[in-house]
Write a protein that binds this ligand. Structure first.
Ligand code: DGL
Length: 263
């Protein structure tokens, strides 16, 4: 492994670009390869075995391109399969989990909302984390049915998605949450709509920055941080490259290479 090798990132689709953006901001010298497995999204309704086998497929492809570290930019794949990934491969992995800890530490109402996929909320890893961290806190867990699909279809700003979010967030507002944890990397793209629904004092928390910091720490420790500018990040999707392009370039002047790849 060399400093100049790429960082690999994969997600069930295009949502993990919210994590990519944080990593690219913190580590602008790095060459990054991003895989969007949109053909198989959503992962959240699949079995643990199916998610693990899709994750293996994505990692095999990233390793064939010499990635020095892999970021699992998907809460569902992390909570279902990070253990299996670490057992099978030698490359370092960074996973992403719902950021319940900062929310629990700062909550005054002792009620926290968590929006995530069925796969994440029903995983063993999520149960262990909540047992450890959120003992005296009421967690209002809601499965974000339909939200991954909305982002995958480029519908994050539509009225239909807004109405769906209103329905999903209603039980949280009723329980007077003061923090909302976004437990899926697709959901940061829904924040403009979510902000219009939640009372303004509710803090919205995602894990993007923490994942970027952890990526930097691990690369630094292993002596693998790129020290000179590498080539620009590259994106591969097995569905529609235009939706990924649009999402990536929203409010961003940098132009990235997005290609279709059958994987
Ligand atoms: N971005 C994935 C996550 O963070 C979406 C999961 C799915 O495809 O259902 O969980």
């Amino acid at each position: 492994m060399k400093k100049s090798d790429p960082i690999g990132i994969f997600d069930s689709g295009i949502g993990g670009t919210s994590i990519f953006k944080e990593i690219h901001k913190l580590l602008p010298l790095e060459h990054i390869l991003y895989l969007a497995d949109s053909k198989n999204a959503p992962y959240g309704e699949k079995t643990k075995e199916e998610i693990t086998s899709l994750s293996f497929k994505n990692v095999d492809l990233l390793l064939s391109k010499n990635c020095k570290l892999i970021v699992v930019a998907c809460n569902t794949a992390t909570t279902s399969s990070i253990k299996e990934l670490r057992e099978k491969y030698k490359v370092p992995f960074i996973g992403i989990e719902p950021a319940i800890k900062p929310a629990a530490l700062n909550s005054k109402t002792k009620a926290i909302g968590i929006l995530a996929t069925k796969g994440t909320l029903s995983s063993e890893l999520f149960a262990q984390t909540t047992d450890l961290i959120a003992k005296d806190i009421e967690l209002i867990e809601v499965v974000g049915n339909g939200l991954v699909e909305a982002v995958e279809d480029g519908e994050q700003g539509s009225e239909k998605t807004h109405q769906l979010l209103k329905k999903l967030l209603a039980p949280m507002i009723e329980k007077k949450i003061d923090h909302l944890v976004l437990g899926c990397s697709h959901y940061p793209y829904l924040v403009p709509s979510i902000k219009k629904i939640l009372p303004p004092h509710v803090q919205i928390i995602d894990s993007g920055e923490a994942v970027a910091r952890q990526t930097k720490n691990v690369l630094k420790k292993k002596g693998l941080l790129a020290s000179v500018q590498q080539i620009k990040p590259e994106f591969y999707t097995n569905k529609n490259p235009q939706v990924l392009r649009d999402l990536l370039h929203q409010g961003n002047s940098e132009n990235f290479q997005v290609s279709y790849l059958d994987f």
